[in-house]
Design a protein around this ligand. Structure first.
Ligand code: ADP
Ligand code: F6P
Length: 320
């Protein structure tokens, strides 16, 4: 059995990461491993910022947003020199197994270490839910709830003033967050990189009687779909209703994780350690339907997740 394992959070923070760190540390200790925490992502791995953890090291974090391990974007991890230093630090501590909690970039870094002989298991965590092979990532449910709560509040002003609001949400190059937020908030339109709408078609729709009779209109705008302020400017030329833009920004990424994000993190964390105990490597833990299972890291980082077209159409139909 692998004696020493470590856990690291190298990418953007997501609510529920701490719950996953706790699960990895406690499941690891219960299974008889020595467990280490790596601070500040791959930056800390390269600099040797590594600490041995016990059961109490992860007390009181299941409900905390962000990551208690800290994180840094670390371009050095993409260089041979940086990777060499990371491997040397792992070898120096005698660490053979590593659980990487994060997004696509974190998994790519994990794949590099795995090719060099470290046993690596990835856990998908990102508010964007853009990781191929898993129905859900840690943090996504929390971010959806945070954004929906914010839009419900924005809707109060939209309805009172009879305004159109364009609400920008995160999601990088994808519209998964926008779609879930949009359908749950009853948004009249959802603009995603995978489902662009022309200014002309949007303007034509907004000028129909159906939309003119509405007391408020919310357009959920995925950050990857362009510039919401430009869209507002373009629409103002043909739509005789006040239009405002509100960008939700980093409030979507922070805050206490929802129960669903915490439960997913507990299941993912424990499964990752189980895989390491079986000497498995180069895999990512995923949720498929109700089941927690795993796929090769390469499959995960090379695949492109598709937006649920049926859900997108349903959102449009129900918000008319
Ligand atoms: P996320 O994991 O949320 O997608 P990033 O894309 O910033 O966040 O990736 C996290 C870190 O992973 C980067 O700062 C970098 O250190 C490392 N990383 C990203 N891509 C690679 C790669 N191709 N090879 C090695 N390391 C990588
Ligand atoms: O991947 C999560 C995410 O919050 C994206 O939605 C957003 O585009 C990006 O990270 C912002 O990252 P940064 O931490 O570099 O501002």
């Amino acid at each position: 059995m692998i004696k020493k394992i470590a856990v690291i959070t190298p990418g953007g923070d997501a609510p529920g990461m701490n719950s996953a760190v706790r699960a990895v540390v406690r499941e690891g200790l219960i299974r008889g491993h020595e467990v280490y925490g790596v601070y500040h992502g791959y930056r800390g791995l390269i600099d040797g910022n590594i600490e041995r953890f016990n059961l109490r090291s992860v007390s009181g974090i299941i409900n905390r947003g962000g990551t208690m391990l800290g994180t840094r974007r670390c371009p050095d991890m993409k260089t041979k020199e940086g990777q060499g230093r990371a491997l040397a630090n792992l070898a120096g501590h005698g660490i053979e197994g590593l659980v990487v909690i994060g997004g696509d970039g974190s998994m790519q870094g994990g794949a590099v270490l795995s090719r060099a002989g470290i046993k690596v298991i990835g856990i998908p965590a990102s508010i964007d839910n853009d990781i191929f092979g898993t129905d859900e990532t840690i943090g996504f449910d929390t971010a959806v709830n945070t954004s929906v709560e914010a839009i419900d509040k924005i809707r109060d002003t939209a309805a009172s003033h009879d305004r159109i609001f364009i609400v920008e949400v995160m999601g990088r190059e994808h519209g998964f967050l926008a779609l879930s937020v949009g359908i749950a908030a009853g948004a009249e339109f959802i603009l995603a990189p995978e489902a662009p709408l022309t200014v002309a078609s949007l303007s034509a729709e907004l000028n129909t009687e159906r939309y003119c009779n509405k007391t408020s209109v919310i357009i959920v705008f995925a950050e990857g779909a362009g510039n919401p302020f430009t869209l507002a400017e373009q629409l103002r030329a043909s739509v005789p209703v006040e239009i405002r833009v509100s960008s939700l920004g980093y409030i979507q990424r922070g805050g206490s994780p929802s129960a669903r994000s915490r439960i997913l993190a507990c299941r993912f964390g424990a499964h990752a350690v189980e895989l390491l105990s079986e000497n498995r490597t180069n895999e990512v833990v995923v949720l498929q339907g109700d089941a927690v299972t795993s796929i090769p890291i390469e499959t995960c980082v090379n695949g492109v997740k598709q937006l649920d077209d049926k859900l997108y159409k349903l959102a449009g139909r129900l918000s008319q």
